[in-house]
Design a protein around this ligand. Sequence first.
Ligand code: XMP
Length: 512
Amino acid sequence: MHQLIAVLDFGSQYTQVIARRIREASVYSRIYPYHTPAKQLREDGVIGVILSGGPSSVFHPKAPLPDQGIFGLGVPVLGICYGLQLMGRMLGGEVARSERREYGHGNLEVLGKNPLFKGLPRRLRVWNSHGDRLVRLPEGFAAGARTDNSEFACIVDAERRFYGLQFHPEVHHTQNGQQILNNFLRGICGCRGDWSMSDFVEESLRNIREKVGDRRVILGLSGGVDSSVAAVLLHRALGDRLTCIFVDNGLLRKGEREQVIELFGNHFHLNLKVIRAGKRFLDVLKGVTDPERKRKLIGRVFIEVFQDSLRQVGHADFLAQGTLYPDVIESVAIDGNPAALIKSHHNVGGLPKGMKFKLLEPLRELFKDEVRALGSELGLPKEVVWRQPFPGPGLGVRVLGEITPGRLKILREADAVFQEEMLRSGFYYKVWQSFAVLLPVRTVGVMGDERTYEFVIALRVVESADAMTADWVRLPYDLLQTVSSRIINEVKGVNRVVLDISSKPPSTIEWE
Ligand code: XMP
């Protein structure tokens, strides 16, 4: 039985980040709704409670309040931001409405002896985002730290082991934030820190089985990191009750369909349905040159093909998706609407009438790096776990202008040569993305004694942290030279290779 930390969720966008920091400390945690009865937490055996932040004000008539009984459990409690204000108010202190919101960096000064800051500098840069603030301490508490704006940036009742932080230790902008949380978990709650990714797998398998029972699940497998990890995890939980649908839209890279069949069908023995729909996509795309129109058509045909395949694979109750936590925040931030939690390119809004699915999102609480760790734990090979991102419309946005089978073939071959050299040189795993683009112009060349008039291939290689901004990678000239001469020599139809040296912004990573 693992030691359990309860995170009571008051609606902060950082609640999942707190959970993630707890996992980073190798401690097991569970996120509970804020109103969970203390009795339930006692039955679950929690050894510490964290009250998350939240958008509400304690003065709001409908302010979310926890069960007062949590303060009688005899376990340490840490209130963060709104959590501190709640704790202060519920235990007899006074909170004042603030005219001015304290937002952004603050300089924290630690006061007295304070186990939360054990081993840390006495002055730290911390990150704030709050309106109201505590102005009078509840009985038994002392000030544990202050900032310029807040006398009670940290409050401490060492005897009852109640702590509050006005700032957010879970975000990166807070210096030593992870250590502050570690001090709470290890030093104050007595966590051993023996929880690992394999425990996460066990927990996930249990949850999936509990939720799905003996019903059936369908997953759209793209071969990217997220859907691959979701597929293998769900398969381990459900076996043949999972059906994966892989759509070959005719815009895949060289050998991609074969690799998916080999890995997921032959190696992992997934119940895999491969839909070869290349012709259907290419027919619709014939003569289309406008990038947005291409994207829209590819998206539309994908939904149609996927719907048809759903009819073929028979009844299922759940549709699984590899949604990650950052996708969830992004969607919330954009729409502010919980019903719109699914990103548009994952959209299931267009399902056939009468087909009602429940959504299953086993990776929903995880961040990208955690999904990769999970993939490795599940035995997925490095090539999949560390795969570069690939756009949904595939080579459709990399054959510029009109997409024809001939042009696709040229791009596929050129791209395969490029990836082979990127892998061989070790650069593939060091960059964010590296790919070839086919330009729909012909230029003059000379080969042997012959004049040639053929296509141009552009090489795009970028480094990036999140695809929002990117810079072009200065690959060694020798490597570029090898790639260029191999493409020109080996790929029929190309007589010139150029390098894209634009950053994002103002360019984008893809060319269309
Ligand atoms: P851009 O070209 O906008 O691309 O700088 C940013 C990142 O997103 C990828 N990308 C897509 N991913 N569906 C996807 O799933 C798409 O339609 C799509 N378009 C671009 C792109 O490869 C880069 O990583």
